[in-house]
Each structure stands twice: as structure tokens, then as C-alpha cells.
Design a protein around this ligand. Structure first.
Ligand SMILES: NC(=O)c1ccc[n+]([C@@H]2O[C@H](COP(=O)([O-])OP(=O)(O)OC[C@H]3O[C@@H](n4cnc5c(N)ncnc54)[C@H](OP(=O)(O)O)[C@@H]3O)[C@@H](O)[C@H]2O)c1
Length: 222
């Protein structure tokens, strides 16, 4: 599977405020770029922290581009990485036609599974990471691939992105860096988790593009 991470950060690397409230980091030109990215993907993925903080639908900007560029009405599927099934049944990500896969771990309780299924989710079991109850991401991506997801765009947040980098599962990274400072030692960043202390992920910079009042940095992740 090809995994493309796309996110928008402030110039100091923050995804949102210390209150975990969304910030308008980019503008219309970047929204159009994200639309195109989503249009090329089989599925768009976030962690459950993002679902709880932002309640994204992940289809908002996409549909027109999908039709125009691929000659199909079929929107990309949505994916939530959500070990215990904390996604609320009325979450926007469960609305509408596209399939929503909820990747869960062995820690999912039966009652939460029933709630997710009743809300229309497709529950996909993906073991547990060593020493934790969290979703085994490699297993989860393999399970999605078996369901026809070959190109995945992951849009955050920082906990999920760090785990994907740590597990060497990222092929490409694009970051829109907006011209603002958010600050806050507790504000989510592009890669949170435990962080690396050595063996840092080296990236290969492919391009720098000015969009709106910021830049898009595109990296190949070797
Ligand atoms: N600017 C942007 O582009 C952008 C994009 C997205 C989000 N955001 C911001 O990011 C913030 C949310 O980020 P976040 O870091 O709190 O949440 P997140 O990365 O969206 O979700 C993290 C959660 O996913 C679950 N998870 C399951 N398996 C995992 C694994 N193997 N590795 C990591 N996580 C796993 C964990 O919850 P369980 O243990 O319960 O499963 C974990 O707490 C919000 O403030 C949002 O506004 C910004």
C-alpha cells in the first residue's frame, strides 16, 4: 500500500492549539490541493483523537474533483484508527455514503463494537501493538489493502502520524506550513507520540511550492 501523509502546520509545527481546537492554517488554494489528493486516494484516514477533536467528515471538499478527475462518482472510503471504538455513533465521519472503516484492536469491547456496527461502520480488527492495546498499524493497513485500499492518505493527528513514522509505514509526506505561530508546549505537532531519540526519520525534500500565504513541502520518505 502507498501511504501519503498530508497535514497543515503553523510555522512552529503545531497542528492545532493547546486546547486542541482547529486553526485555519491554509486557504482556498491549499483546500483545492487537498481535494485533488483525496480524489486520487482509495481512502482517507485519521486517528480517533482527530475525530473527537474536530469531527471531520473527510468528504467535504472532495466530490466534484473526484468526478472531474477520475470520471467516477465513487468517493474515497474513510478510516478511523480507534483501538477501543471511541468514535461517537453520531460522528460526521460515519455520515453519508462512503464506507467508513474503523480499525480496532483486541481491546475493543463487544458493546462498543455493536454501537459502531449499528452506526454503519465497517469494523476491522487489527491486533494490538506490542505491549499496548493500540491498533497494530501494519496489520491494519494490510487488512485495508485486502479490502481494495491501495492508496491511503493520512491526515493526522500527531499521535497517529508518529506511530506511522515509527513503524516505517509512510511513503510520502506533504506539509502545508502556514504563516502563523500557534505555540504552546502542549499543542499537538506533526509527530507527537514518544518521539525519536536517535534513528530519526530522514526525509528527502522533493519540492517547495508557494500556495496561499504559505508553502507546501513535499518529501519522499525513504
Ligand atoms: N492541522 C492538521 O492538518 C490536522 C489534521 C488532523 C488533526 N489535527 C489536530 O490534531 C489533534 C488530534 O491529534 P491527536 O494526536 O490527539 O490524535 P490522533 O493522532 O488523531 O489520534 C490518536 C489516537 O488514535 C488511537 N490509536 C490507535 N492505535 C494507534 C496507534 N498505533 N498509534 C497511535 N494512535 C493510535 C489512540 O487512541 P485509542 O488508544 O483510544 O485508540 C490515539 O490516542 C486535534 O487537535 C486536531 O485538531 C490537525
Amino acid at each position: 500500500m502507498h501511504v501519503h501523509v498530508n497535514a497543515a502546520t503553523s510555522v512552529d509545527g503545531k497542528l492545532s492549539t493547546r486546547r486542541r481546537e482547529q486553526v485555519r492554517i491554509s486557504g482556498d488554494e491549499d483546500f483545492a490541493r487537498v481535494d485533488r489528493l483525496r480524489a486520487e486516494a482509495d481512502a482517507v484516514c485519521v486517528g480517533v483523537g482527530t475525530v473527537l477533536a474536530d469531527d471531520p467528515s473527510l468528504v467535504r471538499h472532495d466530490e466534484a474533483h473526484r468526478r472531474a478527475e477520475r470520471g467516477t462518482d465513487e468517493p474515497p472510503a474513510r478510516v478511523v484508527v480507534d483501538s477501543r471504538g471511541r468514535t461517537p455513533p453520531d460522528a460526521a465521519i460515519l455520515d453519508g455514503d462512503p464506507t467508513t472503516y474503523v480499525l480496532v484492536s483486541d481491546a475493543l469491547a463487544d458493546d462498543r463494537e455493536r454501537v459502531l456496527l449499528a452506526a454503519g461502520a465497517t469494523v476491522v480488527r487489527a491486533g494490538s501493538e506490542d505491549g499496548s492495546d493500540r491498533v497494530d498499524l501494519a496489520m491494519g493497513l494490510d487488512a485495508l489493502e485486502e479490502r481494495g485500499v491501495h492508496r491511503l492518505v493520512v491526515e493526522g493527528g500527531g499521535e497517529l502520524l508518529f506511530s506511522l513514522f515509527a513503524a516505517d509505514l509512510v511513503d510520502r509526506l506533504t506539509v502545508y506550513v502556514g504563516s502563523l505561530v500557534v505555540g504552546g508546549r502542549d499543542a499537538p505537532t506533526l509527530a507527537d507520540g514518544e518521539g525519536f531519540v536517535d534513528d530519526f526519520r530522514a526525509l528527502s525534500l522533493e519540492s517547495v511550492e508557494r500556495l496561499d500565504d504559505g508553502v507546501v513541502l513535499s518529501y519522499d520518505v525513504g
